[in-house]
Design a protein around this ligand. Structure first.
Ligand SMILES: [Zn+2]
Ligand SMILES: [Zn+2]
Length: 296
């Protein structure tokens, strides 16, 4: 089986065997009478959809709704197999309907130019974790479900229309890819470092006891501080490398990530930091690419 089933009262967690990408995201099923709210059905493999269906059947669920924290393959792939309305933040609706458009927030063209390779990022994602278009519609500002009131909180950085789902009365947060066991990557098209930092600040202001992340174990809101420190540490490393006279993306990438600098998520993380530093007036080397998000 691809996932462990763990119950927290009326919340059923399908915990993926590993938090490491390209594993499927965790799936959460909230139950109320004969209805279910399914958060992030996971990769588009049959097994995950079948496991969800089995739980729905055992619980005698008559009606279900899918809510996506964002329209990435590892979260939404299985949605198409479920008989349910699919809701996602309005910014992500177009990606859910046409996953090929994910090349925009993934900054696929930029990665190709920086690494000078011909590489179809979306295709690569789709092969690792199948994704199927779904006819998603826009998340409302509040979701009433049984006794729950769920507030989607826009938290970009990793993805432009990423939301965390907050259950105020229960002090529960479904954090999506933020606050996971492994820190999420970020890209200029996803909201960048600034977006990520603002999202963390938003989450910190909530009154949260339990964080249910999309990848890895249940955690606490203290993860916010850990992630903020990682972001700050990366910026410090880049600034130090610039001070040492490093004048290329490869050089800075190596200073941050060593040999793994050219993995596409690392390229995008570095670019996000360079954009922030550039906007703040830090003198950077003069390497530009046509259409690069320096102007974005
Ligand atoms: Zn994601
Ligand atoms: Zn994910």
């Amino acid at each position: 089986m691809m996932a462990d089933i763990i119950r927290y009262g009326e919340i059923v967690m399908l915990k993926s065997k590993t938090p490491k990408w390209p594993a499927s995201s965790n799936t959460y099923i909230l139950l109320s009478d004969s209805e279910a709210l399914i958060i992030d059905p996971g990769c588009g493999f049959d097994e995950r959809a079948k496991l969800i269906e089995k739980i729905l059947k055992d619980e005698e669920v008559k009606k279900s709704t899918v809510v996506l924290t964002h329209a990435h393959p590892d979260h939404m792939g299985a949605a198409r197999f479920l008989k349910a309305n699919v809701l996602v933040h309005e910014i992500e609706v177009k990606y859910a309907r046409n996953p090929r458009l994910l090349s925009e927030p993934f900054n696929a063209d930029l990665v190709k130019r920086i690494l000078n390779i011909d590489f179809d990022l979306v295709e690569y994602f789709m092969n690792l974790c199948p994704i199927h278009p779904v006819d998603a519609s826009q998340l409302p500002e509040k979701i009433g479900f049984g006794d729950y009131e769920i507030k989607p909180i826009l938290t970009p950085g990793h993805s432009p229309g990423h939301v965390a789902l907050y259950l105020k009365h229960e002090k529960v947060l479904f954090s999506g890819d933020l606050l996971g066991e492994i820190m999420a990557w970020y890209s200029p098209g996803g909201g960048g470092v600034e977006g990520y930092l603002e999202s963390l600040a938003k989450l910190e202001r909530l009154n949260v006891k339990t964080v249910f992340p999309s990848h890895g174990d249940v955690t606490s809101i203290e993860r916010v501080e850990k992630e903020r420190r990682v972001l700050e540490e990366r910026e410090r490393k880049i600034l130090k490398a610039i001070e040492r006279g490093i004048k290329s993306r490869e050089g800075l990438g190596r200073a941050l990530f060593g040999e793994k600098w050219s993995f596409f998520t690392n390229v995008l993380i570095l670019e996000s930091h360079l954009l922030k530093l550039g906007r703040e007036g830090t003198p950077l080397f003069n390497e530009t690419w046509e259409g690069s998000p320096r102007t974005f």
